[in-house]
Design a protein around this ligand. Structure first.
Ligand code: MOS
Length: 700
């Protein structure tokens, strides 16, 4: 939509993204594309062993190559001021903790020269056999102190074990989800330039201030000495949330060539070694219900992976703590620390793999109880949050399930698996619920400026990773100002702007939007108090910090959703097709109908991808992901995605934030893989509990 929006009516409208034209014309400047004077190019040296140390590096042939500026190794690398983070503190010794770890770099006047010269560097290692075998029966699993985002490691309400043992209906099963790599369209990219003691980073990041605050202490700098610029980002899915070692390597390399911009973009191969990934999980789920199908026990005991050099403990079972009503709920998380790279965030870390297991188990127990899977979920809907006891600020799961069932045509479904066929195709349908917390992040501030020509500027160091931030924050500001959307100009993606949190945990609009609303209110008051209600000739501006949500602590705040999937399975080959998905979300007030739909659909496709395609295969002998490119690491193409019916319910939640919005970046992926798996079961009668559902698992 391009028509002018009436004042006060921008929020909710399907406004096309304001930077869309720039992107279509190739004029939106991504990190690697900033034009700087006399850049040089960095190509990394990466460890070919997974455990041990570098004993010798001979760079003489590389250094002799015409065009090579310098070769960086642990022998000449700048000493970092902080080495606490072993993922980021690269080149401080010859030690190697995983295969692919950066052990140096060649900087040259062209990319091709740097890459060629890197092949000339001779490296000798002292190699230890890597331990990269992820199994639940290892005797060295350990209990992390806490989980990502500060969640408790283990929880127990009531007596889940006892209730399980004595239940009328029960299901105990182990579900596994594989290692998955984020792979946004734009690989990580940096241009780093030092000027005296100031570092400028043109960076592809989910948060310019998160990058600034992580990098500054490594180099012993005040945060203000690190300037991060990131106007456009080609996706991240969490891998650009917190900086990885590629940024450190670029900044270190740039130290050796002062005032020369150093350009470093990861190749697709490198995306499988240094930029984070989703941990594989092994989840032992137990559910129990009484003779009527009322849940009496829910438990999920999770084993997952971390790196020996740095802990990342994913919150896989947290959604089992709050999803359904049960007097007995137990969750645990154990970690295997291996000689592998460091896992990190990937779209809905925790919820995505955790809800896959829980929602498959719910399907299995519904069948065991002889109940329709939709009705089974609805009859186990909690009154209040089972974990905290707090009321939900709003909980639209039942409405999503009912609405989705209607839209999909669920009602009247034959419950028996393998009861429908279309030629060679076995046809089935499946359902799963979705949930994602409403997070808000601290530290935000925004400045709003009113100019005498009636135009407004809004400044906040927020991120647009392809999600629509440029547009949606402008919509929020315009409505709060009561002016047409076109009269507001946004400035985001730069640390010279007011401090902002990053795009993570689907928290962006809650955090930044609340701050923008507050800044507009401050501006209004200022115009009223100081200027008699009129904008002065020279303009006027106001800055405000994000207000504390007065309702936080009073409510459990989550977005919900329901997915319905039709699956068709070729009886002979095991090929799975998903001709249609219907998903309904309850995510508060939807800020932009067009960008929201894209976000939801992107998540749904990523869930389809997790269900059928994605798996990073690790060769444990070498600690090496062997399918490290998009030819062998499969993701859906257009031909794999059928009809996508995306919608949402009207949900009025006055407690989450001033906009009444909930984050939508991640909820689409949560539960969608389970809905596919449940549909495949219904089509075939084969229950696949190990993702991805590849044809070999369906033919016997
Ligand atoms: Mo998202 S995985 O929290 O960037």
């Amino acid at each position: 939509m391009t028509a002018t929006q009436a004042p006060g009516k921008a929020v909710g409208a399907p406004i096309s993204r304001v930077e869309g034209g720039l992107k279509v014309r190739g004029a939106a400047t991504y990190a690697y594309e900033h034009r700087l004077h006399e850049p040089v190019y960095l190509y990394p040296l990466q460890s070919t062993i997974a455990n041990g140390r570098v004993t010798k590096i001979d760079a003489s042939r590389a250094e002799a190559e015409p065009g090579v500026v310098v070769v960086l190794t642990h022998e000449n690398a700048p000493k970092l001021a902080s080495t606490d983070d072993k993922e980021l503190a690269i080149l401080q010794s010859g030690d190697i903790g995983f295969r692919g770890q950066f052990i140096g770099a060649v900087i040259a006047d062209t990319f091709e020269t740097a890459r060629y010269a890197a092949s000339l560097v001779e490296i000798e290692y002292d190699e230890n056999e890597p331990d990269a075998d992820f199994r639940a029966d290892r005797d060295d699993l350990y209990t992390p102190e806490q989980l990502n985002a500060g969640f408790e490691t283990d929880t127990s309400v009531g007596d889940a074990d006892g209730a399980f043992d004595s239940a009328a209906h029960k299901l105990a099963a182990t579900y596994t989800t594989p290692r998955e790599h984020n792979n946004p369209m734009e690989p990580h990219a940096t241009i780093a330039v030092w000027d005296e003691d100031e570092l400028t980073l043109y960076e592809s990041t989910q948060g310019v201030f998160w990058t600034q605050k992580t990098l500054a202490p490594l180099f012993g700098l005040d945060a203000g000495k690190v300037h991060v610029i990131s106007p456009h980002v080609g996706g991240g899915f969490g891998s650009k949330g917190l900086p990885h070692a590629n940024v450190v390597l670029a900044a270190m390399g740039a130290m050796l060539v002062p005032e020369r911009p150093v350009k470093f973009a990861l190749t697709r191969h490198m995306m499988f070694t240094v930029a984070g990934y989703r941990t594989p999980t092994i989840q032992r789920v137990r559910l129990a219900a009484d003779e009527n199908g009322k849940l009496s026990a829910v438990s999920n005991d999770v084993v997952e992976q971390t790196s020996k050099i740095k802990e990342f403990a994913e919150q896989t079972a947290t959604s089992a703590r709050m999803m359904y009503d049960s007097p007995n709920i137990k969750t645990t998380h154990r970690l295997a620390a291996l000689d592998v790279s460091v896992p990190s965030w990937l779209r809905a870390p925790g919820e995505a793999p955790g809800i896959f297991a829980l929602e498959c188990a719910m399907d299995e127990l519904a069948i065991e109880c002889g109940l329709d899977p939709v009705e089974f979920r609805i009859m186990n809907e909690p009154e209040n949050d089972p974990e905290s006891g707090l009321p939900f600020s709003s909980r639209g799961l039942v409405e999503c399930l009912r609405e989705g069932a209607e839209r999909f045509g669920w009602n009247g479904r034959h419950p028996t698996p393998r009861s429908e066929r279309d030629g060679r195709w076995l046809v089935g349908s499946g359902v799963a619920s979705s949930v994602y917390p409403v997070y808000s992040m601290g530290g935000n501030a925004a400045t709003v400026r009113a100019n005498s020509d009636g135009k407004y500027e809004v400044e906040i160091g927020a991120a647009d990773i392809g999600t629509g931030t440029w547009t949606v924050l402008g919509q929020i500001a315009a409505d709060e100002l009561g002016v047409p959307f076109e009269d507001v100009e946004m400035k985001i993606g730069d640390t010279t702007l007011p401090n902002a949190s990053g795009a993570g945990g689907s928290s962006g609009i809650t955090s930044w939007g609340s701050t923008v609303v507050e800044a507009v209110r401050s501006l209004r008051e200022k115009i009223e108090a100081d200027h008699g209600g009129n904008i002065p000739e020279e303009g006027v501006e106001a800055t405000a910090k994000m207000p504390k949500n007065p309702h936080s602590g009073d409510f459990a705040m989550y977005a919900f959703g329901a997915h319905f999937v039709e699956a068709r399975v070729d009886e002979d080959t095991g090929e799975v097709r998903v001709p249609r998905m219907t998903s309904v979300f309850a995510a508060g007030n939807i800020m932009n109908a067009k960008t929201a739909r894209s976000q939801f659909m992107g998540g749904m496709v990523m869930g389809l991808s997790a269900a059928l395609h994605e798996e990073s295969v690790l060769d444990t002998r070498f600690g090496h992901v062997v399918n490290h490119d998009l030819a062998e690491y499969h993701i859906p193409t257009n031909a794999d995605v059928g009809e996508m019916d995306v919608s949402w319910i009207e949900e009025d939640d006055p407690y989450v934030n001033p906009m009444g919005s909930k984050g939508i970046g991640e909820i689409g992926i949560v539960g969608s893989a389970a809905a596919v798996a449940n549909a495949v079961y219904h089509a075939t009668g084969v229950r696949v509990r190990e993702l991805p559902i590849t044809p070999d698992k369906l033919i016997s």
